[in-house]
Design a binder for this molecule. Structure first.
Ligand code: FPP
Length: 247
């Protein structure tokens, strides 16, 4: 929803469940350390927790679930860890997509696709095509995603359209800007959860988070459960959202 639409929203909070929940899945490394296992094993457990989040979203009537799986900055991690994460992603796309398709989950990926390897890009396109008519839940995976990059690319795209005479500079407003983002057509997140006790946004959905509620949980991501998801939804229902308006 644009800030404009949000400002006139009559939903002043309470009662309703979030339509869109976004999660910064943090703490795989610390979980691994605490359990005396490799970081790679921590990420594998993290991938298992993704299922918990999906079930939690479905059980609580959430329509959109965005998961921050790999940031533009994550490319700077050691080569073997990047390889592990890409391997996990390959496995996930190969194994889980059938289940998602059966469950009525639509899969979409946001982020810089040209940074990904050809086979992963192909798998993503296939998965998106295969699940495009599903409506029970839309699962958005943020992959090679960075909010600053997304905003910069949107600005470039709009500048090119002005230079080509397709639009006037004065046509650029919140709506056209929003439409130039990866999240075009997706509603803004109502609730953003970050696990592992860290309290920052880390280049995630900065434009879209303008009126999101935030919830920082001490749980390390591999320990995340559908029960925790349900509790987060309950907490959200108690928040008073005013979108800058007076009560
Ligand atoms: C943060 O933990 C997590 C990541 C950088 C990767 C998230 C990936 C997954 C949960 C698994 C793969 C996902 C899918 C959708 C298949 P961290 O390594 O930064 O943990 P730390 O801060 O404790 O070191």
């Amino acid at each position: 929803m644009s800030a404009e639409a949000a400002a006139v929203s009559t939903d002043t909070g309470g009662a309703s469940a979030p339509s869109h929940v976004a999660i910064i899945m943090d703490g795989n490394g610390r979980w691994a350390q605490q359990h005396g296992v490799s970081r790679s094993k921590g990420h594998r457990k993290g991938a298992d927790a993704v299922r918990e989040a999906i079930e939690g979203a479905v059980e609580n009537g959430v329509e959109f679930l965005t998961l921050y799986a790999f940031s533009t900055e994550n490319w700077n991690r050691p080569e073997d860890e990047v390889r592990d994460l890409m391997g996990l992603l390959r496995m996930y796309l190969k194994k889980e997509v059938r289940t998602l398709a059966k469950e009525g989950v639509r899969l979409q990926v946001i982020g810089r696709r040209d940074a990904l390897s050809d086979d992963i890009r192909q798998m993503i396109e296939d998965a998106e095509r295969r699940t495009e008519h599903n409506r029970r839940l839309t699962l958005i995976i943020a992959l090679s995603y960075g909010s600053r990059e997304e905003l910069t690319l949107a600005a470039q795209n709009l500048a090119q359209r002005v230079a080509a005479g397709e639009i006037n500079a004065s046509d650029i407003d919140e709506k056209t800007f929003s439409a130039a983002l990866y999240t075009n057509k997706l509603p803004d997140p109502d609730l953003i959860i970050r696990t592992s006790g860290e309290q920052r946004l880390s280049n995630f959905l900065m434009w879209q988070a303008a009126y999101s509620e935030f919830l920082f949980l001490p749980t390390l991501w591999p320990d995340f459960t559908r029960q925790i998801f349900a509790e987060a939804v309950e907490e959200f229902k108690n928040r008073d959202r005013r979108y800058g308006a007076r009560p």
